[in-house]
Design a protein around this ligand. Structure first.
Ligand code: KIV
Length: 273
């Protein structure tokens, strides 16, 4: 596996993502939820860091993304933002903070921008939330859309299975992607849909399409950091490639530490004052 070297150290902006799509350079995006990990990811050269509402699962231990609050998202985003020198930082709008009406949505987006300092926000949905998206963008806040499997709607779907396999849902998704582009979104995440459909969407709009479980015909890829580093166990959808087995690395390190403490091997004379 070849190691990526960052050639361009400039801060990634929404405009630079568009330029990347135009010249055919794929966009790399990962989730991040804290200062220490975000420092590593930013220095490794990932283009976009997402404080995903998947924090509800991987940080807070909930079974869905629904319970995480605006205050909790802002708390996490503040840490990531302090770490990110080069990556563009996007924060998810959590469930219940934008579905009511566009004024409520704008107030939530302003809180995220003011209190965490992130570069932009992400929202799930197409036509249903288009008024909110327009109002937020008109206030000068860049918005990334999210279509396909939208985990905040899990109670409507009843399953995390692949979305838009049927023609009706696929057509709505294409229309929604065009609506999001017209409304001014700077990029769209497509989650867990057939690769052929995702490729069609990427070819139908000029803004970058970033996929998760959406195949290789899109403009970039995003994964949940804990999944791709092998920290989470028991979650292995087909689209997930694991780049490390940190669960084993961390477990062995912690077990070695426990042994050393119990056997009085740690701390040694050199490790004391
Ligand atoms: O919350 C999240 O981690 C996400 C990604 C799956 C795109 O929205």
């Amino acid at each position: 596996m070849s190691v990526h070297k960052i050639e361009d150290q400039r801060k990634v902006t929404t405009h630079r993502l568009m330029e990347m799509k135009q010249r055919g350079e794929k966009i790399s995006m990962l989730t991040a939820y804290d200062y220490s990990m975000a420092t590593i990811l930013d220095q490794a050269g990932v283009d976009v860091l997402l404080i995903g509402d998947s924090a509800s699962n991987v940080i807070c231990g909930n079974t869905t993304t629904l319970p995480i609050t605006l205050d909790e998202m802002i708390f996490l985003a503040k840490g990531v933002m302090k770490a990110a020198k080069r990556s563009l930082v996007v924060c998810d709008m959590p469930f219940g903070t934008y579905q009511g009406n566009s004024l409520e949505a704008l107030a939530s987006a302003i809180r995220i921008m003011k209190e965490s300092g992130v570069d932009c926000i992400k929202m799930e949905g197409g036509e249903e939330v288009i008024d909110s998206i327009k109002r937020i963008i008109s206030a000068g806040i860049p918005v990334m859309g999210h279509l396909g499997l939208m985990p905040q709607s899990i109670n409507k779907y009843g399953t995390y299975a692949v979305r838009a396999k049927e023609e009706e849902e696929a057509n709505k998704l294409i229309e929604d992607a065009k609506l999001l582009e017209q409304a001014g979104c700077f990029a769209i995440v497509l989650e867990k849909i057939p690769a052929e459909l995702a490729t069609r969407v990427a070819q139908s709009v000029e803004i970058p399409i970033i996929g998760i479980g959406a195949g290789g015909g899109v403009d970039g890829q995003v994964l949940v950091m804990q999944d791709m580093l092998g920290i989470t166990k028991g979650f292995s959808p087909r689209f997930l490639r694991r780049y490390a087995d940190l669960n084993t690395v961390i477990t062995e390190a912690v077990q070695n530490y426990i042994s050393d403490v119990k056997s009085c091997d740690f701390p040694s004379e050199k490790e004391q004052y």
